[in-house]
Ligand binder design. Sequence first.
Ligand code: IMP
Ligand code: MG
Length: 178
Amino acid sequence: MSERPYVIDQMISAKAIAARIEALCAEIQNEFKDTDKLVVVGLLRGSFVFIADLVRELDLPLEVDFLEASSYGSGMESSREVRILKDLRGAVEGRDVLVVEDIVDTGHTMHHVHALLQSRKPKRMKTIALLDKPSRREIAFKADWTGFEIPDEFVVGYGIDYAQRNRNLPYIGKVRFI
Ligand code: IMP
Ligand code: MG
């Protein structure tokens, strides 16, 4: 695949991400302090780094499960149709659930996933997104916790890709074409 050349400008440092996760986990722990077991659901693939850091900061009895939904193709365009490519392995009925997403952009993915999991009747379900681009919203969705609100920029790193690349950057950067 031929790509336009680009550089990545750092936007949120690894240190800032770690500090924000610590603060968010204190709130999540407080919300779920009475849980018998929390099911932490990561949306593949973009949330894999975030969920790894989150669960290691949470001092709660928990399980990890994954769901893969697709809304983007291979590039920068979001398609409005959300498909479930890989469903959860476990049941969520009657369970405490925390859904972990990398970015809420148009809102279609989380709107769809939230409705799907809600239909399975969890006891209590909360959502967290590392990043939120509120100016891009096409359908209403607000995560219960958000790491950082960012402007309408295409970002990579910390699990987030551009055409499958740059997931391994330890920080969040914005793509700038040159
Ligand atoms: P939504 O359905 O438009 O809210 O899209 C959410 C999904 O689009 C996220 O899970 C990301 O995988 C992807 N996405 C949105 N913005 C970006 C970005 O800036 N960089 C990389 N992926 C993005
Ligand atoms: Mg995604």
